[in-house]
Write a new protein. Structure first.
Length: 272
């Protein structure tokens, strides 16, 4: 099965994958951390029983999703070219997401996604026993200026308070202009701002931005948090997320906003 939509969303995992297959046994994560919510949109949100209503092997699919830590809130991410409705949902564990694809013939395929692995579950046999395939990334990542991980996000959220998460790219000039304005807004509102850069940016462009644009070296940490990347923050740079009281808000702002309207958006969303 073609995973074109899935892997577009995970360009940061691009590299060589090694695969292994198994049947029946379901992997269960052990480090349980409750963290932020998905960004809001007008798109459909379903509970697990609604997602799987009348689906083939629905009970068995639900069992796997439960063992994978699904919290039971599914947001429609897109409709694929083959007609599959693609839903994304958080889990109870930091840095672990699930994507479920519901096909017109009522079959479901599920993907358990981490920063370095992709587990695919299908139910195509008569007795609904899941067939599992695990693909593991072997790519050696190079974060010359540091990185911002899911652990870093958990630490940030546990500190409480209100703040902004700003992601920029050296290939998008407006995102660099917006960075200075976002930092100024955070200072004026007396809130925290966490800045990170597109992890797939050309190292030469990063070096040029550091030297010619006079951007603070602290803002060159690469985004390596699955929880941030799964919020569609790679669609367009800059991307802005907001957090409050230990949670990432149901909101994601793609693209540049001038300082005045951005100030209004941030203030309103954070209740200031």
């Amino acid at each position: 099965m073609t995973l074109r939509i899935l892997f577009v969303c995970f360009a940061f995992l691009a590299g060589t994958f090694s695969a292994s297959s198994a049947k029946a046994k379901i992997p269960i994560m052990k480090q349980k951390i409750v963290y932020g919510r998905k960004p809001s949109s007008p798109l459909e949100i379903l509970k697990t029983d609604e997602l799987l209503a009348a689906a083939r092997c629905s009970t068995d699919v639900a069992h796997v999703l439960d063992h994978w830590g699904a919290i039971g809130k599914w947001k429609l991410s897109n409709v694929d070219m083959d007609g599959a409705h693609v839903y994304r949902g958080r889990t109870s564990w930091s840095g672990v997401w699930i994507e479920a694809r519901r096909y017109a013939n009522d079959e479901v395929t599920a993907f358990r996604i981490t920063n370095n692995s992709l587990t695919t579950a299908t139910w195509r046999n008569a007795n609904c026993t899941p067939s599992l395939r695990v693909d593991t990334s072997t790519q050696k990542k190079n974060f010359a200026y540091g990185r911002f991980s899911d652990h870093d996000l958990d630490t940030l959220l546990k500190q409480g308070g209100k703040g902004m998460i700003y992601i920029w790219s050296p290939h998008m000039n407006l995102s660099m202009i917006g960075l200075k304005e976002a930092v100024a807004i955070a200072k004026e509102l007396k809130i925290h701002i966490e800045v990170m850069v597109d992890g797939s940016a050309d190292p030469r462009a990063l070096k040029d931005a550091l030297q010619s644009q006079h951007i603070d070296a602290r803002y060159f940490q690469a985004v390596d948090s699955l929880d941030i990347l799964m919020r569609h923050t790679t669609l367009h740079y800059p991307s802005l997320l907001l957090f409050k009281d230990g949670e990432v808000l149901d909101f994601m702002l793609p693209g540049y906003e001038a300082k005045a309207p951005l100030m209004e958006i941030v203030s309103s969303r954070l209740g200031m």
